[in-house]
Design a protein around this ligand. Structure first.
Ligand SMILES: *[C@@H]1O[C@H](CO)[C@@H](O)[C@H](O)[C@H]1NC(C)=O
Length: 272
């Protein structure tokens, strides 16, 4: 029990003393917040942790079934935002989610790929923001995470193709799924030290071409070695968008830490 209360206290301190429950309660009644979610928002920490324990990632599923409306992506996103506020975890924050939504809408891709799905939060956000005719492919190395993410996306009534493979091994399958088309939008959120090598693998397979947008999380913290130095002209045009690191906890000593997402557009190389 002790670590749970430390977890909760740390999270609250981490967001500047703002009470999580209160900030969520303010949104209760607005779009996406179901009656059961509004009730869950108002639970004390102790009651929430008793009612919705988190022992494995699959524990998010009974919580969703109770608190989110099936077939309603907004409701699923709102419920997962509450889950992440109670259980600091590796899920992008709502702030970063909004950056992802915006970049995706601007890119209006036919084929979008995310690498590193975890429990499917960003997959739901991406599938929700995609044009109706577009396809989302999610690469996740852990079969357990992929299974949960698949269930979360399906519960939201959305569609995605899952590739259960390490990023370094997924290129042949992605090439098969894309056919002759490029990936128009790529979201990197897996092992940070692998961003650069995995992007270069996709370039070598001609899956990243002129105009492909590459959004990468955690480029400032924990940081992706070599990545930001690579996504510069003449290869890429890159913009950094500041947003705090989401998984405040042991590794950040419960402090809010500066982080950023990078949004890079592949430029036409002379050799292309
Ligand atoms: C590259 O894409 C841009 C639009 O993103 C387009 O304006 C430009 O003509 C393209 N360049 C080549 C060489 O295809």
């Amino acid at each position: 029990m002790l670590w749970l209360s430390v977890l909760a206290t740390g999270r609250r301190a981490a967001i500047g003393g703002l009470c999580v429950s209160t900030s969520f309660a303010a949104t209760a009644g607005s779009a996406g917040v179901s009656r059961p979610l509004a009730d869950a928002i108002l639970l004390s920490d102790a009651d929430f942790y008793a009612q919705f324990p988190y022992r494995t990632v699959a524990d998010v599923l009974p919580f969703l079934r109770e608190c989110a409306r099936e077939g309603d992506p907004d409701s699923v996103v709102a419920a997962l935002d509450l889950w992440a506020a109670r259980y600091p975890m590796y899920q992008i924050s709502a702030t970063k989610g909004a950056i992802l939504d915006g970049a995706l809408r601007r890119a209006s891709p036919n084929i979008a790929v995310e690498i590193g799905s975890f429990i499917g939060y960003s997959a739901v956000r991406m599938a929700r923001a995609l044009p109706r005719t577009a396809r989302l492919v999610c690469v996740e190395a852990s079969p357990d995470f992929a299974e949960v993410a698949r269930s979360v996306v399906a519960y939201a009534g959305l569609d995605a193709t899952f590739v259960v493979a390490k990023a370094s091994d997924c290129v042949p399958r992605l090439a098969e799924l894309a056919g002759d088309d490029p990936i128009d939008f790529l979201f990197l959120d897996h092992a940070k030290e692998a961003y650069l090598a995995d992007l270069q693998r996709l370039e070598a397979a001609n899956l990243v071409r002129n105009g492909t947008v590459v959004l990468a999380d955690n480029v400032r913290y924990p940081g992706a070695p070599g990545f930001l130095d690579y996504v510069v002209p003449p290869r890429y045009d890159t913009q950094l968008v500041d947003a705090p690191y989401e998984a405040v906890g042991w590794e950040t000593n419960w402090k809010v830490v500066d982080d950023a997402m990078s949004i890079s557009t592949r430029l036409a190389l002379l050799s292309q």
